[in-house]
Design a protein around this ligand. Structure first.
Ligand SMILES: [Cu+2]
Length: 359
């Protein structure tokens, strides 16, 4: 990617220059740190990432010399296998070109994103187009989650990984680039494959993110390399309606737009973001995961629920890589707005519809 990026759209309307426009972000990469203010800075980061070679594994300390067995399912558990390919995708952030909440046109923004794509067993064929977020990985307590990962972003010329939250894993399956202490799963070079094996233990129950944690993780996570892991108690029933919503932004440095777009699952503005649906009487669970450097809040009009401490809330905070779940039995039909309540986020796209049928 880098210098070969092609941006098909630019935000032409200066009135979309929000207060957040012109912001910068920082990428630590190898021994260097970059302040990314422009698209040219993104190219510099990509070039630096492409120049990194697989580190020779250091064996300086006793902990670095440890070797680890591949975990197996607990008695009664099973292997939950997934085949994921990280690949570039031309991604439409605002496919409708319209913000239904404010009844206004918004610019169509398309750029070269990165996504985890689900493939069938043995990487035989893709199961659908690349999507942001990537496929949801599901397991029950006692299972192992096996992720066969291929770095299919050859033209990006950078190592990529899959790093999970919430599940149990040993350092071999951390999926994190650690400089000279990197193990195999922390540096999957373009065209290469690695199989991660993670355990769904009793303390893994919940909803968690996974994301790239390779050498250029900040930039490539901002480009869309993330998804959700759902671990349930053995035999636990699913809610009648279950959604995973990622709150994140696409900076103008990577989209070529004039300003930042605050997104839900890769899309900005109501009518483009996911439209959630339920019926009165259904058990609803909406998992909300922060996936950028901001603290967000999550508000659903007309609804309240209890947080993990038992307090009634209608607008809890969700921080970077944190998950909150809005769970309730639906009792309030109609068209509702859901949105982040940080005003500069909601007005730059972080909002959507929740439609509740009366029965
Ligand atoms: Cu927000």
């Amino acid at each position: 990617m880098g210098g070969r990026d092609r941006f098909s759209a630019r935000l032409g309307r200066r009135d979309f220059l929000a207060a957040t426009g012109g912001a910068f972000f920082v990428c630590a990469l190898g021994e260097r740190q970059f302040t990314v203010r422009t698209a040219r800075d993104v190219q510099r980061v990509d070039a630096a990432a492409a120049s990194l070679r697989r580190p020779a594994s250091a064996r300086r300390d006793r902990v670095d010399s440890l070797s680890f067995a591949t975990p197996a399912p607990a008695p009664g558990g099973r292997r939950r296998e997934y085949w994921l390919v990280a690949r570039p995708v031309r991604w439409q952030v605002t496919p409708r070109g319209y913000d239904e909440w404010h009844a206004r046109r918004v610019p169509r923004v398309t750029f070269r994103a990165l996504a985890y794509q689900a493939w069938s067993a043995g990487f035989a064929h893709p199961l659908g187009p690349p999507r942001i977020p990537g496929p949801t990985l599901e397991a029950e307590v006692g299972d192992v989650i096996v992720v066969h990962f291929r770095n299919g972003a050859e033209r990006l010329r950078q190592a990529l990984t899959v790093h999970p939250h919430g599940v149990r894993y040993n350092p071999e399956y951390d999926g994190a680039y650690l400089g000279e202490f990197t193990r195999a799963g922390g540096f999957v070079a373009p065209g290469e494959e690695f199989t991660y094996v993670w355990e769904a233990t009793p303390d893994s129950v919940g909803v968690w993110p996974y994301h790239d944690h390779g050498p250029n993780h900040t930039l490539n996570t901002f480009r869309g390399l993330f998804g959700a892991i759902v671990v349930r108690e053995r035999g636990a029933a699913r809610p009648d309606r279950e959604y995973a919503l990622f709150l994140h932004n696409f900076p103008p440095q990577i989209t070529g737009a004039d300003t930042v777009l605050h997104c839900i699952n890769g899309r900005a503005f109501a009518g483009n973001t996911p439209t959630l649906r339920a019926r009165v009487g259904e058990r609803v669970a909406i998992h909300v995961i922060g996936m950028d450097s901001n603290f967000h809040t999550f508000h659903i009009h007309g609804h309240r629920w209890r947080d993990s401490a038992g307090a009634l809330v209608d607008c809890p905070t969700v921080g970077p890589n944190e998950t909150i779940t809005a769970a309730f039995t639906e009792d309030n039909p109609g068209r509702w707005l859901y949105h982040c309540h940080v005003f500069s986020h909601q007005d730059a796209g972080m909002a959507g519809w929740y439609l509740v049928d009366p029965r």
